[in-house]
Design a protein around this ligand. Structure first.
Ligand SMILES: [Zn+2]
Length: 137
């Protein structure tokens, strides 16, 4: 025990684990993963873009799950265009928080755009059919 409780936590984490403790941790993590409900989404599996200097570099494609040839495209260069605003005196922790929040906002907007595009596509090209869902881990 030291005088600093944070240091105690840190030292405890650095303490070598016995095989039994390590196994118990892995078992607990496995059980937690198993009990989690699988999340479902209508967002198709993305196809990653070809590398620069290919003219389609930066375009992530979300192809129709029915393989009709249609795909929604997201330009990753445009997604990154939003400016980041961080106070000059911000420390590493605040910078990390600002960047994480921005990334989460961007991802939520993109998911909404892709879902909207998929629903519009199904209304027009596959009327009466719901977009199939897939497991998301
Ligand atoms: Zn389609």
């Amino acid at each position: 025990m030291s005088a600093d409780p944070d240091l105690d936590v840190l030292l405890d984490r650095l303490r070598p684990r016995s095989t039994r403790e390590a196994f118990a941790e892995i078992e607990a993590a496995r059980r937690a993963a198993e009990s989690r409900e699988p999340q479902r989404t209508i967002i198709p599996d993305p196809e990653l873009p070809p590398l620069w200097p290919h003219p389609d570099s930066g375009l992530v494609r979300f192809p129709c799950a029915l393989r009709c040839g249609w795909a929604h495209e997201e330009d990753v260069h445009e997604i990154d265009a939003e400016p980041v605003s961080v106070p000059l005196h911000a420390g590493a922790e605040e910078l990390n928080r600002v960047l994480t929040e921005q990334a989460e906002r961007r991802a939520a907007k993109m998911r909404a755009r892709v879902k909207r595009a998929v629903r519009e596509h199904f209304t027009q090209a596959h009327p009466g059919q719901e977009p199939p869902e897939r497991d998301l881990w």
